[in-house]
Design a protein around this ligand. Structure first.
Ligand code: WT7
Length: 646
């Protein structure tokens, strides 16, 4: 594969950027020509941010899996599409060539059909990081079913809510998943999620850990049995009519992915086929400056958008080799990433600042004897990277010869929006730098006015919005378009609001400073404070709670909960554990508070609103900067809270 739209110099970037703004339709129309379409689009772009209504390549017909698989078969059939590294380094690696991946996807697509899955049906995928997870995802896309992948760390209750919201009729799962020293009983979590569920008709279970599972007659079937029932072999696939794709409209939904916002209920972000394909491919090829033959290792889980876009769709649509790792960076020891890089001679490493900071904590010993000389490009994603971590990554992993791309984006954006392009545009530690072509950021104040005055450090500072659509922008939130409008398009008129604050310098570089709404970023995972509060409040003894973030050395942000408790109380430690167990059960272990402080009241205004500003300051340890507390109903609670600070 070659990428005629790959940007090769800073000047070329400037030229492409200008063109993308002057004539977006010509710009994206040219790029879209390089994909396989059954029918070209009638119109490149229709949009308004009022409703919002956004259509890219309307009238175009395609299937994204033909672009990820079939079109590579002529030249890349024997090339690895996926290299799978198991949790246990002693276990056999699996190398899935493009030809094999194509076969497996066609085969599983047929399994889905045999089980009654049709175009537009929602299929929930809850699996560990095994190649079959990629097969299942692509198989859905192949037959036009809408996949909704749920991260393995979410609880049965969270899954139940998502199944209900998506009205999902099908689930693909595993008996269990290996993660480090743990075996996670996925199927049993699904069984719990299905108590009381009325929509799910079929559960397909892939065998990974051989943990005992209860297969329910008429509902549950084994992946292996179903696959066997479908004939293998490309020719057989063709002659049986298998492998045929569902021809999709460019604006048909491809997937739903749930993410947290400032309300208590996660939103099902919807991406559509054509725009998402173009955006993930274009951003992959340009941000990482991907060269044919290179091996790309994105350490994210496919349960998050990073895995969707930069393990599956971006790399595969570019004919790249994508590494999929089942385990965790610190098991069996903290040298695991470095072993993997050495083992497969990885070219591109894409990971999160939280992983870098955690590995930094183990010192340089785990790096001893690991050959990292294959690395060409490093990337980070998910949260702001502090300078210390940036320099450690640069010095000890990239050996000062690998550009680092700091990629800012969101579940809603489909792919990277602001980042330097590896080795092509300048980097600046802890700055995401410049927008990709097609992306028009703007910093606004509280009233939606563009910020035109610099702060004392010489930067513009404001809330980050985007002025016009790029192909990967979300189209709606599943089942509730109004929610999409109010969440993203109503805060400021005619702008997409990201929820992030940012700085901009005189070079036009952006630095993302973090969320300005009630959303936390814990280890690169988005968690709504309202969601955590709701979960804590489920505990029988809890009267009320308030959750805020505080700076955490490794996680970026930690979760600090203030809890009013009047239930049966043995001792604080036990009650804390009870509350953690409750949060784990309601949301999942990822949302467990790091600190729980018991209080007798919360600082409230006379109108009954919790003053989070004060709680944040206390959690951050800035108790001398509480500001004006005179408007509080009972200023006395503040003293108590300050005294009891953990
Ligand atoms: C939020 C989106 C996008 C994939 C992973 C997270 C924060 C993301 C960066 C970055 C500073 C970043 C933002 C954003 N974020 N990348 N490079 N620098 N902050 O996806 O779960 O949708 O979270 O992650 O706050 O809004 P997500």
């Amino acid at each position: 594969m070659s990428y005629p739209y790959q940007i090769k110099s800073y000047d070329e970037y400037k030229e492409a950027y200008q063109k993308s703004i002057d004539d977006p339709e010509a710009f994206w129309g040219d790029i879209a020509e390089h994909f396989r379409w059954h029918k070209k689009w009638d119109k490149v772009l229709n949009w308004n941010f009022k409703e919002p209504k956004i259509e890219w390549f309307a009238g175009g017909k395609l299937n994204i899996t033909e672009n990820c698989l079939d079109r590579h078969l002529e030249k890349l059939a024997d090339k690895p599409a996926i290299i799978w590294e198991p949790n246990n380094p002693e276990e056999r690696t699996r190398i899935v060539t493009y030809e094999r991946l194509h076969k497996r996807v066609c085969q599983f697509a047929q399994v889905l059909k045999n089980n009654g899955v049709k175009k537009g049906d929602r299929v929930c995928i809850y699996m560990g990081m095994v190649p079959e997870l990629a097969y299942a995802t692509l198989a859905c896309a192949r037959i036009g079913a809408i996949h909704s992948v749920i991260f393995g760390g979410f609880s049965a209750q969270s899954i139940a809510d998502r199944l209900e919201d998506a009205q999902a009729e099908f689930i693909v799962t595993c008996d269990g998943a290996y993660r480090g020293g743990k075996d996670i009983p996925l199927k049993s979590v699904i069984d719990d999620a299905l108590i009381g569920n009325k929509t799910v008709k079929r559960v397909i279970v892939y065998t990974r850990t051989r943990t005992p599972v209860s297969m329910i007659k008429g509902r549950d079937v084994w992946w292996e049995d179903e696959m066997q029932a479908v004939t293998e072999g490309a020719e057989a696939l063709k002659s049986d009519g298998f492998g045929e794709v569902e021809v999709m409209d460019a604006e048909d939904p491809l997937f739903i992915l749930y993410t947290s916002g400032s309300t208590g209920k996660p939103k099902g972000v919807v991406h559509t086929v054509g725009g998402y394909m173009v955006w993930t491919n274009y951003s992959f090829v340009n941000v990482f400056n991907y060269q044919p033959g290179q091996i790309h290792f994105c350490t994210a889980d496919i349960g998050w958008i990073t895995g969707h876009s930069y393990i599956i769709y971006g790399p595969l649509s570019a004919g790249a080799t994508s590494v999929m790792f089942e385990g965790v960076p610190t098991w069996p020891d903290a040298g695991r990433f470095w072993d993997i890089i050495d083992k497969y001679k990885i070219d591109i490493l894409y990971t999160a600042p939280t992983a870098i900071r955690s590995l930094m904590g183990f010192g340089l010993d785990p790096l001893k004897g690991k050959d990292l000389s294959s690395l060409k490009v490093l990337g980070t994603v998910g949260e702001p990277i502090n300078e210390e971590a940036w320099h450690w990554y640069d010095e000890h992993i990239g050996k000062k010869k690998c550009p680092i791309v700091d990629t800012w984006w969101q579940t809603e954006t489909g792919g990277v929006l602001i980042s330097n392009l590896a080795g092509v545009t300048p980097a600046k530690p802890s700055w995401a730098t410049l927008p990709l072509p097609g992306v028009q950021p703007i910093l606004v104040d509280e009233n939606g006015k563009e910020v035109t005055e610099k702060d004392e450090e010489g930067n513009y500072k404001g809330n980050l919005c985007i002025k016009a659509p790029w192909p990967g922008i979300l189209r709606t939130t599943y089942g509730d378009h109004e929610r999409c409008r109010t969440n993203y398009f109503a805060t400021y008129e005619n702008l997409y609001f990201t929820g992030d604050g940012a700085l901009k310098n005189d070079d036009g570089f952006y630095r993302i400073t973090g969320r300005v709404d009630d959303v936390l970023n814990v280890s690169g995972h988005r968690i709504g404070t309202a969601e955590v509060e709701n979960a804590i409040n489920m505990h029988a003894g809890v009267v009320e709670s308030a959750v805020v973030g505080y700076p955490h050395d490794i996680k970026g942000q930690g979760i600090y909960a203030y809890v009013i408790f009047n239930g049966r109380h043995f001792d604080d430690e036990l009650t804390r554990k009870d509350i953690l167990a409750t949060v784990s059960r309601i949301i999942g272990p990822i949302a467990k508070p790091d600190k729980i402080q018991f209080v007798s009241g919360l600082p409230k205004t006379r109108s009954g609103k919790i003053m989070r500003r004060i709680l944040r300051k206390v959690a951050e340890g800035e108790t001398d900067k509480l500001g004006d507390t005179s408007t509080l109903l009972d200023p006395g609670v503040v003293d108590e809270i300050v005294k009891g600070k953990l």
